[in-house]
Write a protein that binds this ligand. Structure first.
Ligand code: AMP
Length: 396
């Protein structure tokens, strides 16, 4: 990795501003309903605390619109984090100002305080320089472990780095960059990319970049119907982006010119309406009859895609193959999850739905790397530079 890591920093007695991703879902009573993100930060926290760092933890939670909202307070997270770490984690009711300053100054070696939600201040998302300076004033060094927020240039991910040096990656950030880096630099071949989801328009950059990097791109989800229609194939009432037909043709041409395989479904699971109680029917062949909607890839497509995945040395997957939230249309996505897990390839899964699918299929532990950052992994694989990563100090 070209960026400094927390492993390169002296930590004893240092006040470390550690940007984490504690953007966890809370229910109406303020209880945490999924603590995956808190657990994902534990290796970095334990590493720093064991070495005597004084940790000032900062995160956003939800979208509080730039003002304090008790429903999006991080206080319950401080409590839960303390239980997971087996040592109390203090809480400061504001992320800047006297409360935060006193809490930071009161830390002893190996102790941590969690600051209140950064987004209670509108300056965070505006990347306001003065706000960034006030955050920086709390600490001696900066570590970013919030890969899921690295695609945004906010005060706590980018602005702060102008006021505090050195700036290093935490262990989770480092792991994300290491594995995602393998998918964009010198990947082992054959390289198979699987792209699904609702819209071609959301994933144009991803498709373009993966067509450059990978040998084979397998397409599923609603976006496949835009590609099929662009080729003059009947798709019934399936979801199509009419204004992206030219783009779809351009991508198909570009694949052919680069001698890459862009594979589309050869059969489908369809229904007469977009509803979990609709009866699924299998349609053989690429065309979908009038009046029917394609809602999942069919069995022949599943096995064809699984064969490609089994032969791969590198696999990258982003986006579901169908409306997997509805059980009758989930099989295609689950079959891909199992195929990716069974493949000997280095496998990387990113994006909320695909990650949910590998968890639902019970195969997450057989995936080489399950990314914690949906939007950030999408941008990284699309070949974009992430401002929160670029801002970190280069390794000498
Ligand atoms: P994305 O956020 O672009 O990855 O898209 C994910 C969404 O695409 C999920 O909510 C899926 O239900 C939806 N989706 C996948 N396949 C289809 C389809 N055939 N028709 C309609 N929506 C779909």
């Amino acid at each position: 990795m070209s960026k400094l890591s927390i492993r390169d920093l002296p930590l004893k007695g240092q006040r470390v501003f550690l940007r984490v991703d504690f953007n966890v879902p809370l229910d109406d009573s303020g209880a945490i309903t999924d603590e995956t993100r808190i657990r994902a930060s534990l290796p970095t926290l334990r590493y720093a605390l064991e070495r005597g760092a004084r940790l000032i933890l900062a995160s956003h939670l939800g979208r509080p619109k730039g003002r304090p909202d008790p429903r999006m307070s991080l206080r319950p997270v401080a409590q839960r984090l303390g239980e997971l770490l087996g040592r109390p984690v203090a809480f400061a009711a504001d992320c800047v100002g006297p409360e935060a300053e006193q809490a930071g100054a009161a830390l002893s070696d190996g102790a941590a305080v969690l600051l209140e939600n950064l987004r209670f201040h509108p300056e965070e998302e505006k990347n306001d320089a003065e706000f960034a300076r006030r955050l920086a004033a709390l600490a001696d060094v900066y570590v970013n472990d919030a890969f899921g927020s690295a695609h945004r240039a906010h005060a706590s991910t980018e602005g702060i780095t102008h006021w505090l040096r050195p700036c290093a990656a935490g262990l989770l950030m480092e792991k994300e960059l290491e594995y995602l880096g393998k998918a964009v630099e010198n990947p082992a071949r054959p390289y198979v990319a699987i792209v699904g989801g609702a819209k071609v328009s959301d994933k144009i950059d991803l498709l373009r970049n993966l067509l450059k990097l990978a040998d084979t791109v397998l397409v599923g989800g609603a976006m496949a119907y835009t590609f099929l229609k662009a080729q003059g194939i009947e798709v019934g009432r399936s979801r199509v982006e009419e204004d992206k037909l030219n783009l779809a043709n351009e991508l198909l041409r570009s694949a052919a010119e680069q001698n890459k395989a862009l594979c589309l479904p050869v059969d489908h699971v369809v229904a007469d309406r977009f509803d979990a109680s609709a009866s699924p029917e299998i349609v053989k062949g690429a065309a979908i009859p009038a009046g029917r909607l394609g809602l999942d890839i069919g069995p022949a497509t599943r096995s064809r895609y699984a064969q490609e995945i089994a032969r791969a040395q590198t696999v990258v997957w982003n986006g579901p193959m169908g409306v997997f939230e509805m059980p009758p249309f989930a099989e295609g996505t689950l079959a891909i999850a199992r195929a990716v897990a069974a493949s000997p390839a280095l496998s990387i899964v990113g994006g909320g739905d695909s990650v949910a699918a590998v968890n639902q299929a019970g195969v997450a532990d057989r995936i080489t790397h399950v990314s914690t950052g949906g939007g950030a992994s999408l941008e990284f694989l699309s070949g974009m530079k992430l401002p929160g990563v670029e801002a970190l100090t280069d390794r000498p």
